[in-house]
Write a protein that binds this ligand. Structure first.
Ligand code: GLA
Length: 402
């Protein structure tokens, strides 16, 4: 009897350990590139190898981007006779292992996509009922990151479906970042920390800043739509477990100021930074935005506290993010359609963030202001800040404690 109880206890401890998220896999938000936003299912080995090469030559890898993720469309339409997924032989004539090796040989990590339902959103074979064999296959290819979607999942319980895949990944013994993509429908911020390292908080983003356009009967979310859904869930993110407001649309057709504002805001939100543009055809402006090390350092701040909307007046919003060593990131966003001149008296506004327990009284402490886009010093918080902010643009500052 004693022996039986002891074995039961051991089994319980083992299963609890397997179910647990690996907290060290993403201590800061994952950074990488994903094929969906620009190419959708139109991906193949020659195109993607070009992307891998451009990832390196453009300086993205050296700026901290690590993952190279294939989204939907990499598979054959059917599993093979043994029930295994197969990389589409026309798109990947050398197989997926060879492609993963190529990514690894360039110093990046490799990610792939599938879905908790019976099919992926684009109609390829889903994972439902094949969790353990798919996880083993990915591990055998050297997959380091799995994005797991939520189409064709009727009748499934989201929490259980994602827990099953999480356990299957864990059981492979290979550290694999698990990116949950159920669009925030079942409020994953309340439970997904146990399963993975990041979870989508909304439906899909499109390359629109303010209002988005409807195409083929479908309207993606704009940058501002998504931004407005993040503030209330910021307390659920932190090192090892991140809210994911979806991949970047920088370089996919918005104006340069809108791209800059989008990137700045995502960094304020401690968002995973998954670039989604054609890396082979990047303009210098796009490259400068995506590789701005000072702005990326805000995203990657080890404290892992998400920004909050601190103040809002006349179309200007102020977002504040507490950083390590008592520094702060402050982002003034002009949401209005006209250019505005701000005149901001730091001493007149106390910062009191109960979530991160940060209190700042600028009459008592002084900070140096660094403009992270113009790379200029703008004095200190002892003086009123006067700046012009064009429409749909930001002024992004690092406040360095003196
Ligand atoms: C869903 C996801 C997207 C993308 C597509 C692929 O819409 O939210 O990010 O992965 O599926 O079909």
């Amino acid at each position: 009897m004693k022996k039986l109880l002891y074995s039961l206890l051991l089994a319980f401890i083992a299963s609890a350990a397997i179910a647990q998220n690996n907290p060290n896999l993403a201590l800061t938000p994952p950074m990488g590139w994903n094929s969906w936003n620009i190419f959708q299912v139109n991906i193949d080995e020659p195109l993607l190898k070009k992307m891998v090469d451009s990832y390196v030559s453009s300086g993205m890898r050296d700026a901290g981007y690590t993952y190279f993720v294939l989204d939907d469309g990499w598979m054959s339409m059917e599993r093979d006779k043994d029930g295994q997924l197969v990389a589409d032989p026309k798109k990947f004539p050398n197989g997926m292992k060879e492609f993963a090796d190529y990514v690894h040989s360039k110093g990046m990590k490799f990610g792939i996509y599938n879905c908790a339902g019976t099919k992926t959103c684009a109609g390829y074979p889903g994972t439902r009922g094949h969790e353990y064999e798919d996880a083993r296959l990915y591990a055998s290819w050297g997959v380091d990151y799995l994005k797991f979607d939520w189409c064709y999942a009727e009748g499934e319980n989201a929490k259980e479906a994602y827990a099953t895949m999480s356990k299957a990944l864990k059981a492979t013994g290979r550290p694999i970042v698990f990116s949950l993509c159920e669009w925030g429908t079942h409020r994953p911020w309340l439970w997904a920390k146990e399963d993975g390292q990041l979870w989508r908080t909304t439906g899909d983003i499109g390359p629109y800043f303010d209002k988005s356009l409807t195409k083929n009967g479908w309207t993606p979310l704009s940058v501002l739509n998504i931004l407005d859904r993040q503030d209330s869930i910021r307390q659920y993110a932190g090192p090892g477990h991140w809210n994911d407001p979806d991949m970047l649309e920088v370089g996919n057709g918005m104006a340069v100021n809108e791209d800059r504002a989008h990137f700045s805001l995502w960094c304020m939100l401690a968002a995973p930074l998954m670039a989604g543009n054609d890396l082979g055809k990047m303009s210098d402006q796009t490259k400068d935005i995506l590789t701005n090390k000072d702005v990326i350092a805000i995203d990657q701040d080890p404290l892992g506290v998400e920004a909050f909307r601190y103040y809002s007046f006349d179309g200007i919003e102020i977002w504040v993010r507490p950083l390590v060593n008592g520094d702060l990131a402050v982002c003034f966003l002009n949401r209005s359609t006209r250019s505005q001149t701000i005149s901001y008296d730091w001493a007149a506004h106390l910062i009191d963030d109960t979530t991160s327990k940060t209190k700042v009284d600028f009459t008592q402490s002084n900070y140096k202001l660094r403009d992270l886009w113009s790379k200029k010093d703008l004095g200190t918080t002892q003086k009123t800040l006067k700046q012009v902010i064009p429409s749909y643009d930001v002024l992004m500052l690092r406040l360095v404690k003196q």
